[in-house]
Write a protein that binds this ligand. Structure first.
Ligand code: SF4
Ligand code: SF4
Length: 74
């Protein structure tokens, strides 16, 4: 199943918790700074491997993720 996520950089504190739980290893801290002075996390998924499993969203203490998942065919 395919999915994707977006990160609200205004909420992300760059703690890195989510980078360790993504089973596909798709999350990485950016080298740039957000407006709050943190390194925000980014989805790096050139091969569309995100499944929308929500593990990143569940572990994020700042609720910075929005998860999208393709609807299964009926
Ligand atoms: S767990 Fe949340 S706050 Fe921490 S780096 Fe990931 S998105 Fe940012
Ligand atoms: S939804 Fe799952 S696969 Fe997609 S970025 Fe988050 S942890 Fe990784």
């Amino acid at each position: 199943m395919k999915g994707t996520v977006t990160v609200d950089e205004a909420l992300c504190k760059g703690c890195g918790l989510c980078t360790g739980v993504c089973p596909k290893g798709l999350l990485a801290l950016s080298t740039r700074f957000s407006t709050r002075g943190y390194h925000p996390v980014e989805l790096v998924d050139p091969d569309d491997l995100c499944t929308g499993c929500e593990l990143c969203s569940v572990i994020c203490p700042e609720a910075a993720f929005t998860v999208f998942r393709e609807r299964a065919a009926a």
